[in-house]
Ligand binder design. Sequence first.
Ligand SMILES: [Zn+2]
Length: 253
Amino acid sequence: MKIKMPCLKCFTLDGIEEPALSYLELGESNIHEVICTRGHKTLVALTQHKHEVLFEIGAMALADGYPREAIATIAAALERFYELCIRVVSAGQEIPNDQLQAAWRLIDAASERQFGAFVLTMLLWSKESPIVIDNKKPNLPNTSKANTKTWKEFRNAVIHKGLIPPEHEAIEYCELVYTHINELTKKLTSQFEHEWLSQAQKQATEVRQANPEKEIVLFGLPTTLFLARGRQAPDSFRNALTQLNGYRQIYSR
Ligand SMILES: [Zn+2]
């Protein structure tokens, strides 16, 4: 998935009122060198957390009619969100980075270990066992609770058994994840707003430190999860999808 981005230098350097579009392909790196059709080069750092990018790709998959792909990607987003919670709390507790890296290597290869680390990290920080959604069930129309899968059963059936869920069901499960991530984000940022932003800009900071001579432009995307933190936040995932349909032209193949 690519992002259409107007060239910032068309305007600031050349005063061209209709800036040329550049295309950034979302990937593992948040750092992109973009060259517009007029030849301006800009080093851009996206300020999105990994889980935010994954969640957006999942939401776009749903908007495009691929509910199975949406669930697989949004499940990955949730796992990366748990990792971010660990990193943000660790930064807030001033855990040295090399020590966090050493500990992370012990759990890196197993998502169940990471989940365990998340639960205990949140407990030690907030003194409360975190709410999780593994055993939660959505309200599905015309389906009894007994016949409704939990989030964990549903996610595993999609990822490991090739379940192709109907769109309306996928949306209900996405509601669980959307609410869960937004609630935890609110709780986390109420104490660790600075650490949260630092994590979002981590790659940009590293590039700046390694290349102090380079100009790097920070660019924040209006993703579904980013907008969920704003004043006009949609009150449900379904409404967030409607909102996404209003700005989805910023994305391209
Ligand atoms: Zn340009």
